[in-house]
Design a protein around this ligand. Structure first.
Ligand SMILES: NC(=O)c1ccc[n+]([C@@H]2O[C@H](COP(=O)([O-])OP(=O)(O)OC[C@H]3O[C@@H](n4cnc5c(N)ncnc54)[C@H](O)[C@@H]3O)[C@@H](O)[C@H]2O)c1
Length: 251
């Protein structure tokens, strides 16, 4: 799918990886609909990219349907990039006893149900759009290397990201008749606002565990992988680990 001139919806576009994707795609001529729960952050990305801002919870069925309809006002949505997500660190059995069930539910709701919600709505929209060449659209979901090597404290997060990985093949198979591809990027450790707040010494420690290159990922590098997923017409149902060969240790 061509990026130049395409209308592309990016969730979590107010910060970190999503904001980098929005900027990267806009620089290459895409019209970007920047969706985020944080209205101000979405508006800032929209101002920076000359696109549209959408304030919405990706896990809210009605609000997301409204946001997709608004995004479609700028033309057929040719790509969806799901970057909205939250992380948590909590043991299943901690000092206070069993993890509250609501904590697990919240992570699954935003990361997995939210990605699915956006995918189902945008795929429905794409299925009714005109073909561009041999395809109608491309969907890129964001998992994490935690989907494969989840650490102690990451049961909820790893389960949410594992669900995202597992959705790709059945979704790609189902959407084949519409000409919609579904791919997943599983990032390692990227320098986003969360990690920028850590002391340099701690960041250096994390970086030292990454084989090559021995540094945190640059969000721009994530955006390049997302663009590859959108543009590469034969890439489908793939999960790309983007991690400098890091394998997360148990703790
Ligand atoms: N940064 C990393 O190293 C890393 C590694 C692996 C995976 N990831 C994944 O990449 C994605 C982006 O991470 P990031 O580091 O850029 O995080 P971030 O916190 O900088 O950005 C996430 C954005 O998502 C938005 N968001 C959260 N919940 C939302 C909801 N319910 N509806 C709409 N928007 C919502 C937030 O407001 C925020 O702007 C996440 O899915 C994360 O799990 C990040």
């Amino acid at each position: 799918m061509r990026v130049e001139g395409a209308n592309i919806l990016v969730t979590g576009a107010g910060s970190g990886l999503g904001a980098a994707v929005a900027r990267h795609l806009a620089q290459r001529g895409a019209h970007v609909a920047a969706l985020d729960l944080n209205a101000e952050a979405a508006a800032a990305t929209a101002r920076a990219t000359g696109g549209m801002a959408l304030a919405c919870d990706v896990a809210d069925a009605d609000a997301a349907a409204g946001a997709v309809a608004r995004a479609a006002e700028a033309g057929p949505i040719r790509a969806l990039v799901n970057c909205a997500g939250i992380g948590t660190a909590a043991r299943v059995v901690g000092r206070e006893g069993a993890m509250p069930l609501g904590d697990f539910e919240r992570v699954i709701r935003v990361n997995l149900l939210g990605s699915f919600n956006m995918m189902r709505l945008v795929a429905d929209h794409m299925s009714r759009s005109e073909l561009e060449g041999e395809e109608r659209g491309a969907i890129v979901n964001t998992a994490s290397v935690a989907a494969f090597d989840g650490q102690v404290g990451q049961v909820a997060y790893a389960a949410s990201k594992g669900g995202i990985v597992s959705m790709a093949l059945p979704a790609a198979r189902e959407f084949a008749r519409f000409g919609i591809r579904v791919n997943t990027v599983a990032p390692g450790i990227f320098l986003t606002p969360l990690l920028q707040e850590l002391p340099e010494q701690v960041r250096d420690g994390i970086a030292a565990a990454i084989p090559f290159p021995p540094r945190l990922g640059d969000p721009e590098e994530f955006a390049e992988a997302v663009r590859f997923c959108i543009e590469s017409r034969y890439l489908n149902a793939e999960v790309i680990r983007l991690d400098g060969a890091v394998r997360l240790p148990p703790k």
